[in-house]
Design a protein around this ligand. Structure first.
Ligand code: ATP
Ligand code: MG
Length: 227
């Protein structure tokens, strides 16, 4: 394990946001959580997080790559250290972004509810949690394990994503027995998905400009997604 792989902070690798909320207990601080498999991370994820940060006045966005995703047990997922490293490379230049090993280091299948419960327990009450997703993921979320618990732990903000109508998300929320503090927001549309990137690589095609440059270099160097 290289030195860079060690998490020095409690919540995120740098620990920069560990004390969020403590400076002024009378003020509200908003913390964005960007969960995902990030296999690999791409510009769609980054635009989504940055736009969420700006539009919802988030103090920071912490990217938390899943350990073993509950809904992707049927396909091969790249090792968690490689996915984490790609996220690390992708967020390095943004002072409001950081990466966390919380789910990487938790044994067993990853459930978002466990992560949000841990964060809720860790931070003081004046820190509000905002879980960031795309419109596709929010629709699934209504059916997630412990939806009722999830709804109490955080607000949910869902970015527009090509191919997924916001109306579908609203209708799914309407049907859901559990009601969430849900906010849909618009981001410049990027029809990029990790699935498509993996296919491109498998077909020997380029992923340049679809992922940050250092991520592309990592993918090529490590020969990821070639078969
Ligand atoms: P896969 O195709 O493997 O499912 P993905 O591109 O959907 O990969 P995930 O890691 O599954 O990426 O997604 C993490 C989060 O980012 C989800 O909430 C997803 O909705 C959101 N997201 C992914 N791509 C985009 C995009 N292009 N625009 C907006 N949101 C996105
Ligand atoms: Mg996905």
């Amino acid at each position: 394990m290289s030195e860079a792989v060690m998490q020095r902070g409690v919540v995120s690798e740098s620990g920069r946001f560990d004390r969020l909320g403590q400076l002024d207990p009378g003020r509200e601080y908003r913390l964005g959580i960007m969960g995902g498999t990030f296999d690999p991370i791409h510009l769609g994820h980054l635009v989504c997080a940055e736009q969420a940060r700006e539009q919802f006045d988030l103090a920071a966005v912490i990217f938390i790559p899943t350990g073993q995703p509950a809904w992707k047990l049927d396909r091969h997922v790249t090792g968690s250290e490689d996915r984490l490293e790609m996220v690390r490379l992708a967020v390095a230049g943004n002072p409001a972004f950081d990466v966390s090993r919380l789910e990487t280091d938790r044994p067993g299948v990853t459930y978002t509810v466990d992560t949000l419960a841990w964060l809720r327990d860790y931070y003081p009450d004046n820190v509000k949690l905002y879980f960031i997703t795309g419109t596709d993921a929010i629709i699934q979320l209504f059916q997630w394990r412990s939806a009722d618990r999830l709804a109490k732990l955080a607000s949910f903000i869902a970015a527009s994503r090509p191919g997924y109508e916001p109306e579908a998300a609203l209708a799914a929320h309407e049907r859901s027995a559990v009601k969430f503090d849900l906010h849909l927001f618009e981001v410049p549309a990027l029809a990029i998905s990790s699935t498509d990137l993996r296919r491109r690589r498998a077909a020997g095609r380029s992923v340049r400009y679809l992922v940050p440059e250092p991520v592309e270099k990592f993918i090529v160097d490590r020969q990821l997604y070639r078969s």
